[in-house]
Design a protein around this ligand. Structure first.
Ligand code: TRP
Length: 334
């Protein structure tokens, strides 16, 4: 069993990033046994599909690395690296560009969403993005790929690419990966508007919980979070149509490792005046130690680079046999 996943290195990590992906990865890493290996990487090669200047990109990769380690990813238990340091990703991506079909790309909903109306001015990179993602996965013969619901289609494409390559070249080279889509992962919404996702680009900082927020600020953000005047219902069903209330209950449940139903049962009949301090306590208990580790690591460029370099060496070694076999299957002398 080989678990692999990637995350785009963005700056300003927030609770949505943590509860969405990072925490699941840490769980998988900690639950792995002798037959499991975990590969987690920063998809910095994918990040070129969004224009960023040099300094920002460099800072984002290191920031995200610090955040991952602070959240509990252990470079001795997982192979943690950045994609750009392992050229095999770019190489296999190109080889798979011979296999992937334009019609397949045209069906990708993420491309349509991100390119918007003016498709002609989208970058070619954005279009080929799913092929690079297929290369990421197939290069390591990954069996399980934890991703968000929005990446499911890319994983299906990965399987199509693998099948076609194996068939076209008469080999049994690529392993079929299965997505792991965590159902429990709540979508974390803005604290100001329960219908839009918590986002690093929301102009109001009060809309999100950043991994760098200190305890006082966490308490303040929870206190000011938008709610309604109703008390908490007996069951989560009663939160329908109350987007902000549902969001706060979901955050509590996810952090405390229980369900929205259980949280409602516990606080039924109480107002947000009672619930918010409890939520703030849970947040502080979880995020305070993460923040301390993050702040300590964040500016230690040498330590962060050393982690990534070591991870890249392990990743490159794991990727080499598959890359070699792919060149060979295609009759390319390398
Ligand atoms: N596209 C993924 C996302 O935006 C990130 C990613 C890149 C990835 N390569 C991957 C995820 C390979 C899983 C496997 O979330």
């Amino acid at each position: 069993m080989r678990i692999l996943s990637g995350i785009q290195p963005t700056g300003n990590l927030h609770l949505g990033n943590y509860l969405g992906a990072i925490r699941n990865w840490v769980k998988m890493q900690d639950e792995q046994n002798a037959e499991t290996e975990c590969f987690f990487f920063l998809a910095d090669m994918h990040s070129i599909t969004v224009h960023e200047d040099r300094a920002t990109r460099l800072a984002n990769v290191r920031d995200m690395t610090a955040a991952l380690v602070a959240c509990g990813l252990d470079p001795d238990k997982s192979v943690l690296f950045n994609q750009a340091r392992v050229p095999a990703h770019a190489e296999l991506c190109w080889l798979l560009c011979g296999t992937a079909r334009i019609g397949w790309m045209n069906r990708m909903t993420q491309f349509k969403d991100k390119a918007g109306k003016n498709r002609d001015s989208a970058s070619v990179g954005l279009y080929v993005y799913p092929v690079l993602m297929a290369a990421d996965v197939l290069l390591y013969q990954a069996t399980h790929v934890p991703v968000g619901e929005d990446q499911k289609q890319h994983l299906e494409l990965t399987r199509d690419v693998a099948t076609k390559f194996n068939t076209d070249f008469g080999v049994d080279l690529f392993t079929m990966p299965d997505p792991i889509i965590s159902k429990q992962t709540a979508r974390i919404m803005s604290l100001r508007d329960g219908t839009s996702k918590m986002s690093k680009s929301d102009p109001s900082d009060m809309s999100r919980i950043n991994l760098t927020d200190d305890d006082d600020l966490l308490v303040q953000k929870v206190r000011k979070a938008k709610t309604d005047a109703e008390p908490l219902p007996e069951t989560a069903e009663g939160l329908e149509g109350r987007a902000e209330a549902l969001n706060l209950v979901s955050i509590y449940a996810t952090l405390a490792g229980t369900t929205p139903d259980a949280v409602c049962a516990e606080f039924a009949g109480q107002g947000f005046g009672a619930f918010k301090p409890a939520l703030a306590d849970v947040l502080v208990a979880h995020l305070s130690p993460i923040r301390q580790r993050y702040v300590a690591l964040k500016n230690d460029e040498a330590a962060l680079d050393a982690i990534l370099i070591k991870g890249a060496e392990k990743a490159a070694a794991a990727a080499e046999p598959t890359l070699k076999a792919a060149y060979d299957a295609m009759g390319l002398l390398r």
